[in-house]
Design a protein around this ligand. Structure first.
Ligand SMILES: O=C[C@H](O)[C@H](O)[C@H](O)COP(=O)(O)O
Length: 264
C-alpha cells in the first residue's frame, strides 16, 4: 500500500512516497531538508549575482516578489546601496521596509531603471510564467514601468519550453464575480482551469488586489504571445502570469555553486 504526499518547499512542491514495500523510492526527512538547502543556496547565488552585476547607488529599482527576491534585498542591504525601491506586493513592501531601504511607489517614481524579480518558469526566449505567489499583476505593472527586467531563479525554473518544469499552470488574476465565466472560456481554449484555494483560510486565495487566482493548466503552448493576448481579452481577466518579451536577462543559481546567465 503506497501513500502519496506533497512537501511544500516555498512555492515549489516535491512529490514523495512513503512505503510498506521495499522497492519504492523513499525521500527521507534529511533528503528533503537537503533539497531545500540546495534550492535556497541556488536562489541566493542568483540573487546576489544579479545585484552585483546590475545595481549601483542612485538607481530606481523595482523589487519583485517570492522567495528568491529576499536574497536580492539582503544583498542590496549588505552592500549599502542607496537605491529607491518600488515594491510589487505586500510581501515585497515588507522586505524593503524591514531591510531599512528607501520605499517608493509608482506615483512618486513612475519610471524605473530596472526591476529584479523571480519566476516560476523561464523559457529559452526569457518568456516567464509568474504568479505562483499570486503577485503577477503588480509585478507586471512595475516591470512595464522599468527599462529592464532581470530574473533571478534557482535551476529548477530553467526551461526550453513552458511546462517542462512548472506543472501548476498559468496564474490568471480575475475579478471575483467573473470567475465562473472566465473558467468556462479558458476550458473552451483547451486549458484546464482550477480556482486556487487558500491554505489556512476557507475559500479561494485572494490577491493583494482583492481578486481571485485561476491556474490554467496546459498540455503545451505553441504561441505564447498569442495565448497571453487571448486570455487577457476575456472579460473579467485582470492580468495573466505570462510575461512575454519583457525580461532581458536571467540568472539561474546552480547546484554546483555557479550561476548560469541567459541574455537576449
Ligand atoms: O507571485 C509570485 C511571483 O511571480 C514570484 O516571483 C514567483 O512565483 C517566483 O517565486 P519564487 O522566487 O518563490 O520561486
Amino acid at each position: 500500500m503506497f501513500k502519496l504526499g506533497v512537501v511544500h518547499l516555498g512555492l515549489r512542491n516535491l512529490n514523495f512516497t512513503t512505503k510498506t514495500a521495499t522497492n519504492v523510492k523513499c525521500y527521507t526527512v534529511s533528503s528533503v531538508k537537503m533539497d531545500k538547502e540546495i534550492l535556497e543556496k541556488a536562489k541566493k547565488l542568483a540573487g546576489y549575482k544579479a545585484v552585483d552585476d546590475n545595481l549601483k547607488s542612485g538607481l530606481r529599482v523595482g523589487i519583485g516578489s517570492g522567495s528568491t527576491i529576499k536574497y536580492v534585498v539582503d544583498r542590496i542591504k549588505e552592500l549599502g546601496l542607496d537605491v529607491i525601491c518600488v515594491p510589487t506586493s505586500f510581501q515585497s513592501t515588507q522586505l524593503i521596509v524591514n531591510a531599512g531601504l528607501t520605499l517608493s511607489d509608482l506615483s512618486r517614481t513612475p519610471e524605473l531603471d530596472i526591476t529584479i524579480d523571480g519566476a516560476d518558469e523561464v523559457d529559452s526566449q526569457l518568456n516567464c510564467i509568474k504568479g505562483g505567489g499570486a503577485c503577477q499583476l503588480q509585478e507586471k505593472i512595475v516591470a512595464a514601468a522599468s527599462k529592464r527586467l532581470v530574473i533571478v531563479a534557482d535551476f529548477t525554473k530553467d526551461s526550453q519550453a513552458f511546462g517542462q518544469q512548472w506543472k501548476r499552470g498559468i496564474p490568471i488574476e480575475v475579478v471575483p464575480m467573473a470567475y465562473v465565466p472566465v473558467m468556462n472560456k479558458l476550458s473552451s481554449m483547451s486549458l484546464k482551469p482550477v480556482l486556487r484555494m487558500a491554505v489556512n483560510k476557507a475559500g479561494p486565495v485572494v490577491s493583494d488586489n482583492a481578486n481571485f487566482i485561476i491556474d490554467a493548466q496546459f498540455e503545451s503552448i505553441s504561441n505564447v504571445a498569442e495565448l497571453a493576448t487571448k486570455i487577457k481579452m476575456i472579460p473579467g481577466v485582470v492580468e495573466t502570469g505570462l510575461f512575454v518579451n519583457m525580461a532581458s536577462r536571467a540568472y539561474f543559481g546552480q547546484q554546483d555553486g555557479t550561476v548560469k546567465e541567459r541574455t537576449i
